[in-house]
Design a protein around this ligand. Structure first.
Ligand code: TTP
Ligand code: MG
Length: 379
């Protein structure tokens, strides 16, 4: 399967939120940041960037460059709120999302282009979804790896969408300044210059020994990047997270059979998300919302890690037995918490694991290709 990584970065994030919340500011230079004499600019709208204002600039200088701008102190709580909305949108597009900062994330969308038409279509969908739900624009970069995806999202800002293909990467990178490589700051740039190296193309062609002198231990990684290669995975911040899925039913469920089927379906969706994210979990939680809107949750912690549909379902069934089903069910949810990387866990029950592993792998291949509704299991 071809790897496709998407990098999404919101445009002039804090300033755009201010403009959206107060339409009078639309089209005006807006500068957000510390208002005292020693304050610095957090960010500014693209209308203010025309005057040379940028992030991290002293506020005094920004006032001098663009005195007619609207100056605002910023509302961190509000930005966090919008940030959460955006991250939820990302989660709905991919089970494998790595948040980098308040307004940007990597999404692993490998295989999904088979579903959605093309990787560019997925980019459009993400942008449209953000626009619809938050009113804001984002710039999207799509490429075979993180390095190129981040570069791509920056190439057509604001409201951009750029796809870089593996075969065009090296030629495109060649003339770029070494500073375009994430992690090469002013001092690394200086040391490279001592060896006459100014462009990414020159790094690609340089002798590794020379690069080591200039960059130390990072030399090999940087040389790879200069060739457009980067196999760093997209990693979930799974320690803080659980992976789960909920479903509100059009009509309340009343029978054990209906509940069992619904929970089985949820376990399949959760299992798929765990495996795609390369994690296993220990605690399974069942959430039930009854017709009366009363909500209960029940949790169980397994002795060993779980990631296969059958394992999650076995635990969820135990939880179902502990619930008093005295009324109709409006919503059911299954989630798995206490996550860790799958490769950190030694396999104990080898033959059983192998059997389950093969079965789950077959399901995963179908889901990646045709979407997760392609297959439903019966036990
Ligand atoms: P960025 O994504 O770097 O900037 P941006 O979204 O404002 O603009 P761009 O269109 O170029 O992406 O940072 C996201 C937010 O983080 C930004 O809106 C404000 C905050 N921030 C600071 O507070 N200080 C800083 O120095 C930077 C760079 C960002
Ligand atoms: Mg941004």
């Amino acid at each position: 399967m071809r790897r496709w990584i998407m990098h999404v970065d919101m445009d002039a994030f804090f300033a755009s939120v201010e403009q959206f919340d107060n339409p009078d500011l639309m089209g005006l230079p807006v500068i957000v940041g510390g208002q005292s004499d020693r304050g610095v600019v957090s960010t500014c709208s693209y209308e203010a960037r025309v005057y040379g204002v940028h992030s991290a600039m002293p506020m005094m200088e920004a006032r001098r460059l663009c005195p007619q701008a609207v100056f605002l102190p910023g509302r961190m709580k509000r930005y966090q709120e919008v940030s959460r909305e955006i991250m939820t949108i990302f989660d709905s597009f991919s089970p494998l999302v790595e948040q980098l900062s308040v307004d940007e994330a990597f999404l692993d969308i490998s295989g999904m282009e088979l579903l959605a038409g093309s990787e560019r279509d997925i980019g459009f969908k993400v942008k449209r979804s953000i626009k619809e739900k938050t009113g804001l624009t984002a710039s999207v970069g799509i490429a075979p790896n993180k390095f190129l995806a981040k570069l791509a999202s920056d190439m057509q800002k604001p409201d951009g969408l750029v796809v870089i293909r593996a075969e065009e990467a090296e030629v495109m990178l060649k003339p770029m300044s070494v500073r375009r490589i994430f992690g090469i700051g002013r001092s690394a740039e200086k040391s490279l210059l001592q060896f006459g190296i100014e462009t990414i193309g020159q790094i690609a062609d340089a002798d590794l020994g020379i690069l080591r002198k200039a960059l130390g231990n990072n030399a090999a990684l940087v040389k790879q990047l200069a060739h457009g290669l980067d196999d760093r995975p997209v990693v979930n911040d799974y320690a803080a997270k659980s992976i789960g899925k909920e479903c509100t039913f059009e009509q309340d469920l009343h029978t054990e059979d209906e509940r069992r089927h619904a929970v089985l379906d949820l376990c399949g969706r959760v299992g798929w998300r765990l495996r795609r994210s390369g994690v296993v979990g220990y605690t399974v939680t069942l959430k039930v919302k009854f017709a009366s809107f009363k909500i209960i949750t029940r949790s169980i912690t397994a002795e060993g890690p779980v990631a296969y549909d059958e394992e999650i379902f076995a635990l969820a069934q135990k939880l179902m037995q502990s619930v008093k089903w005295s009324e109709g069910v409006r919503l059911l949810g299954v989630s798995v918490a206490h996550l860790e990387p799958a490769n950190a866990v030694p396999v104990l029950n080898f033959s059983e694991d192998e059997r389950l592993g093969k079965r789950n792998q077959a399901v995963d291949i179908l889901k990646a290709k045709f979407g997760e509704d392609i297959i439903k299991r019966g036990f």
